[in-house]
Design a protein around this ligand. Sequence first.
Ligand SMILES: [Zn+2]
Length: 205
Amino acid sequence: MDRLIEGHKRFLKEVFPGRRDQFHLLAESQAPEWLFITCSDSRVLPDMILGTGPGDLFITRNAGNVVPVAGAEVDGCTATIEYAVEVLMVKHAILCGHSDCGAMKAALDRKGLENLPKASRWLQHVEAAFSHRQPIDPADGPHAELASLIRGNVVAQLHILRAQPSVARALAHNAITVHGWYYEILSGRIEQYDEQARRFLPLIG
Ligand SMILES: [Zn+2]
């Protein structure tokens, strides 16, 4: 824990004073423009890769960047989406998967899930990824099969996101745009799913 305590000390000493006004403005309200749904993976750092900061991104994370199908059961992700869309009225919802995703690796070969009953059940949510697999990209090298499934999962979860009641309503009024991203840890680059072309293209050409 020492590293975290030291880090917090540095934040109070070196970061907070310079941004005091910004934090004071944000202390009692927020108006983020973007809902960001991504994996819990420690290597995905939204604010770092997008140059955003306090008050910018409304984030929900879980293993495999899953959006559970809307139904009777309540979960943290769909409740967060509802709040972001209905109350915060975010303009964009971004669903971001990433390379080397452990959740998708587990979905691919089910190994290591024997003693993880919760994770095993949770990963039923990514089954739809298999029917949305993307073409193999030789640039992904030995991880091409996994990468194609991860991109497929982004497409699958994007469909479920669009069907969330609050998102569907906002889409009908052109109040929100949804985006599907794939973040490549090795290169730091983001690809965006192009709905018309039905494939992933570099976010920055
Ligand atoms: Zn992941």
